[in-house]
Design a protein around this ligand. Sequence first.
Ligand SMILES: [Zn+2]
Length: 286
Amino acid sequence: MTAAPTAPPRSDAESLETLAELVADGDVVVLSGAGLSTESGIPDYRGETGSRRRHTPMTYQTFMRDPRGRHRYWARSFVGWRQIRSARPNGGHQAVGALQTAGLLGAVITQNVDGLHQAGGANDVVELHGGLDRTVCLNCGDVAGRAELDERLQEANPTFGPRVDEVNPDGDAELPDELLDGFVMVGCLACGEGPLKPDVVFFGETVPRDRVDHCFGLVEAAGSLLVLGSSLTVMSGYRFVLRAAKLGIPVGIVNVGPTRGDAKADVRIDAPLGVVLPELARRLAG
Ligand SMILES: [Zn+2]
């Protein structure tokens, strides 16, 4: 008597069918990451292009304690903002919007700070790590629009415009150090003095507790959790996969390359989101 043969690995077609069944059940909560925006020209921190980064991302500690580090961030960010602002949602973002309009998806929790979910037609988006489209004053707490800041920065820096050959997902650009001193930063308009911080969660910074709790509530009430374009490297997003798995809520993952959550996933597709998601939307929301 021979042992039962082990099941062969499932093909992508079978996985897509399983994923479609999961999403068709509805009440899906999405958790998205940088991989969803790479096809919009915003490079990934930790994915395939991550190793090509030439400087380390800004940390919360540096930003808060080092005025020169802060100045360097804003000089790079001023230049990088053109690319972030001109980025457009891709087929993956639009498919998420279409599936949500079809009533299959609930909230979208995103680790991205680029605003492309909203631009792609999604509603009920929770920006886990904040958004680059606004600033917060470190002195008075005033929240203001980035577009308005950009107008003030352009007035203060009419000739500051070095060539950009790379922009990072946190919205800053590569600039030689010697150019940074020529950049003029402006302060908060509300209190007239406070230094400004982009309203994003930097490396080394904690996501506000009420935001985390809100997301846990969304996941706990979900029919399933669908991870899109995240390697789940940081606990900030991975904890929601752990919570879903613990509660027996099915988890689907679509990502290029392995993720930390693969062992917890009920269905796993290793393929570009710009291919998988439009196909999913065509089947379920067409
Ligand atoms: Zn202020």
